[in-house]
Design a binder for this molecule. Structure first.
Ligand code: ADP
Length: 398
């Protein structure tokens, strides 16, 4: 069975074609500047075929999907002989609200329910829906599945997901913590259990997804019990450009003082804050590491804040679960920055965590970076959201 995994953004569309017999990625690619001019980078990963990397007109997502199918099936760049070899499509959808606690086969009723979730993710869900509609138009009745970033977090208890505002905002408007990166937290936590050789139902895990966007998740006996992102992905940890937790009074103060509209204010908090805002250097942790090592104090402060917040939130999840068996680092920063992992782990002395510097300096593999006698184990596990989407799609369509 071959499954096409699609992650559609407002002007971009990422894809992978995965062979489920071997879980091998046959091809992957990215359409960019959809609706502007258009560019497709398509990389076949089997058969020694060349990479296609050219501008081509992509006025809408439908042309983008058609271009992807064309490349996947072409003699020169293709990895399958015709579209009929693609058995199903799995779509990443950001927000499933309280309607979707697991992945679901897409039909007209699901599409209507997705539209109802749109107010919760006004930037992301419409793009995901556009991607699904384009795929349905181009690929006809190939079965499709929606996999939600929020679904894994639907097991949180009320005490973790409620905000302490008048209850009717929850009841009438769905105002609550939803959490994001659920597919990633789900993948790395189940992989961690495999690596530990124990059923996930016996483990207390803390997963730290640290990329451009970052979130932490407490996974107690296989179920998410708390996570740091909230109603939107803005809160929790300071991120590349997002502010993380912030006193709402600051918003009122700055809007009054500088006359910002709410959109301008949120743009600052989403795009100009986080480690970029504090450092004034970059949102990229590689740039921050370089600047800090050259004596840039604000880059150092931004990194220190990030490490401190990860440690602080993770510590609160140790309290929430009354213990922890393993801590997982994943995503761009978690997978690549040994300095970040070491700095965060240095806060976990009270848990009996000891890091093996040699293991911590390895890259690109699932690895335990704590010493064999560390009381709490620490793992680096490269995340693989596409594989989770493909597996869910296979399980639901077969
Ligand atoms: P996204 O949240 O967009 O999916 P990723 O998980 O790919 O992002 O993470 C991207 C981030 O990973 C980059 O912005 C950069 O800060 C960080 N990163 C990548 N490689 C390294 C590295 N070698 N050292 C430190 N940080 C890195």
């Amino acid at each position: 069975m071959k499954i096409l995994v699609i992650n559609a953004g407002s002007s971009s569309l990422k894809y992978q074609l995965i062979d489920m017999e071997t879980e091998e990625v046959l091809a992957k690619g990215l359409c960019e500047r959809i609706g502007i001019d258009g560019h497709l980078k398509h990389s076949p990963l089997v058969g020694g075929k060349p990479i296609f990397n050219e501008d081509l007109p992509l006025p809408t997502h439908s042309e983008a999907i058609a271009a992807v199918i064309d490349k996947l099936t072409s003699a020169e760049y293709g990895v399958v002989s015709s579209m009929s070899e693609i058995d199903a499509v799995g779509h990443r959808v950001v927000h499933g609200g309280e309607k979707f606690a697991s992945s679901v086969k897409i039909d007209d009723a699901v599409m209507a329910a997705l539209e109802e979730c749109t107010p919760f993710a006004p930037l992301h869900n419409p793009a995901n829906i556009t991607g699904i509609n384009a795929c349905r138009a181009v690929m006809g009745d190939v079965p499709m599945v929606a996999v939600f970033d929020t679904a894994f977090h639907q097991t949180m208890p009320g005490k973790a997901y409620m905000y302490a505002v008048p209850y009717e905002y929850y009841q009438n408007d769905g105002i609550r913590r939803y959490g994001f990166h659920g597919t990633s937290h789900r993948y790395v936590s189940s992989r961690c259990a495999e690596l530990m050789g124990k059923p996930i139902e016996e483990l207390k895990l803390i997963s730290c997804h640290m990329g451009n966007g970052s979130s932490i998740c407490a996974i107690d006996h296989g179920k998410c019990v708390d996570t740091s992102m909230g109603f939107t992905p803005l809160v929790g940890l300071p991120m590349g450009t997002r502010c993380g937790d912030l006193d709402a009074g600051v918003i009122q103060f700055l809007m009054n003082k500088y006359g910002y509209s709410i959109d301008e204010m949120l743009n600052i908090l989403n795009k100009k804050s986080g480690v970029l805002g504090v450092s004034g250097v970059s949102s990229d942790f590689r740039d921050l590491d370089a600047a800090a090592s050259q004596g840039n104090d604000r880059a150092r402060l931004a990194l220190d804040m990030f490490h401190y917040w990860v440690a602080k939130v993770a510590g609160s999840y140790v309290a929430a679960m009354n213990g922890v068996d393993a801590i997982i680092y994943t995503a761009g920063v978690g997978e690549n920055s040994k300095e970040t992992r070491a700095a965060i782990s240095s806060y976990f002395g009270y848990l009996g965590v000891a890091i093996d510097p040699e293991a911590n300096s390895k890259r690109g593999e699932d690895i335990m970076i704590s010493t064999p006698d560390s009381k709490v184990k620490v793992f680096v596990i490269p995340t693989n959201e596409e594989l989770v989407i493909a597996r869910d799609t296979r399980d639901i369509v077969s």
